[in-house]
Structure formats: structure tokens, C-alpha cells
Design a protein around this ligand. Structure first.
Ligand SMILES: [Mn+2]
Length: 468
């Protein structure tokens, strides 16, 4: 094992031992992020503490800002034990003002803004402190997982949750969309516990959906009209309707799937990378709609963004009754909002083209929670894949949220989180950047928006000219 990994795991073990030692004697609080990685990170710890009969309180946050952190700090009792999952690294400074009797554990994988050595009551467990890339080698739920297995080794049977979290954060950046680095260690635990598969397979977005909608999701220009998909499937001899209506992907046999994939590739309609993926199927999952770990992550994403993280946590913790019933209307409302948002952007010409980026001003129309996913979907479309897309939505009367997504088909390697950071620094703005190299975001004061947009455009232009 590499030295860095060893040291990282030792840090996880020490954190677990410290937390275990304090256990029921002190009130325990968990704060986590509302995205799939944050929800799975929180659930892993919640299950681990439940198993040890350690009481705790859990709160899910949309984001962690310094102002809010001060409020949290002031509300906590002396000697509290507080764990932050999948957030915290960007606002370390603010923890320093908390009562020093409060023990703070930050289990995060986001970029660092400070030293890793901090005052005694602040414990930062972040892969970046050990030269491990937290953007693709291990996620927030992975860090939680490595702490949880040192609380009790039987917690390796939670490995699938960390896989769902890593996939939710798009960490499947290895060959054929595989998980790599420390995530691979989690996959191994999952396989040893017979929780999950790991093989390369033909992957059509969601195998519980009908074949035609899945093919539409591949964003193939030739398939813009549904009739073109019918024609294609007829031609290659794959029926798309069965006895009960449209066939779902699950109903296709292996031969049919292979045939379909190879025809798509031979005709140059898709890149093999897009449909041959490492398949992470959850072997102990009875509900077919959430057997695919990537799809499970998508469901959690909808819960968080529709302000129902409780349903996401319940799903992760194994509730297959109430939570499943509540999930249905959440998914429906979520896809309706996304669909309407995309339609609005495309139909009313609300996508402005600048020299080096596209810009969507969603302030009047798109909710803060869904501007990110809408931007991601648009950036995956062929016609908008040449430049990064910057978008914004209103948070409140004075602030806007901005999101940026990488250009799909450009070889410009600009790291977007770093780009936003540079822009913010240059304009001397008081805000933090969240995210990663291919998807990032920040909060701005509304009046800063237009200069920031232009500044970003110029910075991208410069980076194109210099090639970095
Ligand atoms: Mn994360």
C-alpha cells in the first residue's frame, strides 16, 4: 500500500477511536451536504452510530457559509462532538472561533484552503492532506466509510453506500467509467460482502426505463426525432414494443444489448466510452428501480434538490416502505422542473453566446436548486459542447448562485474550480468556490454578476491563447 494511503487510513482510524471514546457521554451532531455524496456520507455514519447505540442528531445543509457556521457554533453545547461530512474544508477558518471545548471532525474531500494542521479541537480528515486527489479517488461518503469501518469492522457491509456517493460525485473517471484509487478499495469491500457487481457492461442510462427514452438520453443528434429511433431499431431487428407496451431495457437479453451497442458504435453514433461502463449493480437491493448504483445516486440527487433530504436518508438507511412511496412524487416534480427549465432556456433564446462561454441567466425563471443539473444536461448536448456553460439563479433578494460546467467536446483543460477561484480573487469578492475541475459553483452578490461573467469570459479566452 502506498505511504499516503496508509497515513490517510491511520487518520481515519484515529478519528474513529476518538469518536468512539467520547460516545454517549457527550452530545453528538452530524452535519452533511444535501447531494448524493453528502446523503450517503451521513447515512453511513448514522447507521454506524445506530449500531453502536450512540445517540446523535443529524442535519442536512444545502451549503456551508461562514455566517451560518457561526450560528451553528453558537447554538452547540460545551463539549459537543460535531462531525461535518462532505463539506467544511472551504470554511476551516470559521471553526477557529468556536468554543474550544467543542471537538470538530471534518470528513471531507473538497479542495483545501488552509493548512491541514489545525488547533487541537479541529480534526480535518481530507484526502488532499495526504496528496490523494479527492476529486476522483475518494469522495465524502468514502471518507465517512473509512471512519465507519474503524468504528466497527462489520461496517464494511455499508460499502455500497460509499459507491453510490462516489458515483453521485462523478468519480467514475477511470477506464470505462470505473472507480479508481481509494474508491477501488471500497469496491473490493463491496464485492467481498457480495453487495455489488463490478464488470464492464452495456449501459443505457436506466435499465428500468423504456429503451426509446434511454436512447434519447444518449443525446445523439440523429435521434432528435423519435421516429428515427424506431427506424434504427427496426433496421437492426430489435423490437421496441412487447406484450405490455414499450420494452424496458431490463427486458432486452444480452445478445440484443450487445447488438444494439455495436450498431451504435459502428455507425459512429456514440463513443464506446459512453455505453460501455463499469456496471455497479446493488446485489442486495430488492427494489429494481434502485438496483443500479448510478440510478440510486440520481434518485438521491432529486430528493436533496427537491428539499426532501429526509427521504434520501431514509432510502440509504434501508426504508423500502414509506420512503419509496414518498420518492415517486419527488421524482415526478423534479423531472418536471428540470424539463420546464430546459425548455425555457432553449425555446426563448435564453442562452447567450459569448466568445469563450455560454451564459444562462435563470434569475427570473429557474430555481437555485436545479440550476446546476440543468446546466449539466445542457452541457452534455452536442450543440452546446464547444464552450463551458455558466449559469445563474437567484438565492434571495441580494445574492445569486452561479454554476459552471465543462465544455464536453473541447480539449481546453482549464480547471473550473480554480478558474472561479482566480476570478473571485482578482475581483476581490468575498465568497467561496465549491465543486471540482469539471463542475463548480459559487455565490455572488447580484450586482457583481455581470462583471464576473465578463471577467470569466476574458480569463477563458486568455487560457485558450496560452493553452493552459
Ligand atoms: Mn462530495
Amino acid at each position: 500500500m502506498k505511504e499516503e494511503i496508509k497515513e490517510f487510513l491511520i487518520a481515519c482510524k484515529e478519528a474513529a477511536e476518538e469518536i468512539r471514546k467520547r460516545e454517549i457521554k457527550f452530545p453528538l451532531y452530524i452535519f452533511s451536504h444535501f447531494d448524493p455524496d453528502g446523503l450517503t456520507a451521513a447515512s453511513i455514519l448514522a447507521i454506524a452510530f445506530k449500531r453502536e447505540k450512540i445517540p446523535f442528531q443529524l442535519k442536512i445543509l444545502k451549503r456551508l457559509e461562514i455566517k451560518q457556521l457561526n450560528v451553528i457554533g453558537a447554538s452547540l453545547p460545551k463539549d459537543a462532538l460535531v462531525i461535518f461530512c462532505d463539506l467544511g474544508s472551504g470554511v476551516i477558518e470559521a471553526f477557529k472561533t468556536w468554543d474550544p471545548s467543542i471537538q470538530i471532525y471534518i470528513l471531507d474531500h473538497h479542495s483545501l484552503v488552509s493548512e491541514c494542521k489545525l488547533q487541537e479541537n479541529i480534526h480535518l480528515i481530507n484526502p488532499h492532506c495526504y496528496s490523494i486527489d479527492g476529486s476522483n479517488k475518494v469522495s465524502g461518503s468514502g471518507v465517512s466509510y473509512f471512519v465507519a469501518i474503524h468504528i466497527n469492522s462489520s461496517n464494511t457491509n455499508l460499502a455500497h453506500l460509499a459507491i453510490i456517493g462516489a458515483l453521485g460525485d462523478r468519480q467514475d473517471q477511470g477506464e470505462n467509467s470505473s472507480l479508481i484509487g481509494l474508491n477501488q478499495k471500497i469496491v473490493k469491500d463491496a464485492i467481498d460482502n457480495r453487495l455489488c457487481t463490478d464488470f464492464v457492461s452495456v449501459w443505457f442510462y436506466d435499465r428500468t426505463r423504456d429503451l426509446i427514452s434511454c436512447l434519447k438520453r444518449l443525446n445523439i443528434e440523429e435521434f432528435n426525432e423519435e421516429i428515427a429511433i424506431h427506424y434504427f431499431l427496426n433496421e437492426i431487428g430489435i423490437p421496441f414494443t412487447g406484450k405490455t407496451g414499450r420494452r424496458i431495457v431490463l427486458e432486452l437479453d444480452e445478445e440484443e444489448k450487445k447488438k444494439l451497442a455495436s450498431e451504435l458504435i459502428v455507425r459512429n453514433l456514440v463513443d464506446p466510452k459512453v455505453i460501455y461502463k463499469h456496471d455497479y449493480q446493488l446485489l442486495k437491493e430488492q427494489v429494481v428501480q434502485i438496483q443500479d448504483a448510478r440510478v440510486f445516486a440520481n434518485r438521491l440527487n432529486a430528493c436533496g434538490r427537491m428539499n426532501r433530504p429526509d427521504v434520501g436518508i431514509a432510502l440509504c438507511m434501508g426504508d423500502r416502505n414509506q420512503a419509496l412511496t414518498e420518492l415517486k412524487p419527488i421524482l415526478k416534480a423534479y423531472s418536471k422542473q428540470i424539463g420546464e427549465g430546459i425548455k425555457w432556456v432553449l425555446s426563448d433564446n435564453n442562452l447567450e453566446e459569448l466568445a469563450a462561454l455560454y451564459f444562462i441567466d435563470g434569475r427570473s425563471k429557474i430555481e437555485e436548486n436545479i440550476i446546476g443539473p440543468i446546466t449539466s444536461i445542457l452541457s452534455s448536448m452536442e450543440e452546446y459542447s464547444a464552450k463551458p456553460i455558466l449559469s445563474c439563479a437567484k438565492i434571495d433578494e441580494t445574492r445569486v448562485k452561479i454554476s459552471i460546467r465543462k465544455a464536453h467536446s473541447s480539449d481546453n483543460e482549464t480547471e473550473l474550480d480554480k478558474l472561479l477561484q482566480r476570478g473571485i480573487k482578482k475581483l476581490n469578492l468575498d465568497t467561496e468556490v465549491g465543486g471540482h475541475s469539471s463542475a463548480a459553483g459559487a455565490i455572488l452578490i447580484e450586482k457583481e454578476l455581470s462583471s464576473f461573467k465578463n471577467h470569466l469570459n476574458n480569463m477563458l479566452l486568455e487560457s485558450q491563447e496560452t493553452g493552459n
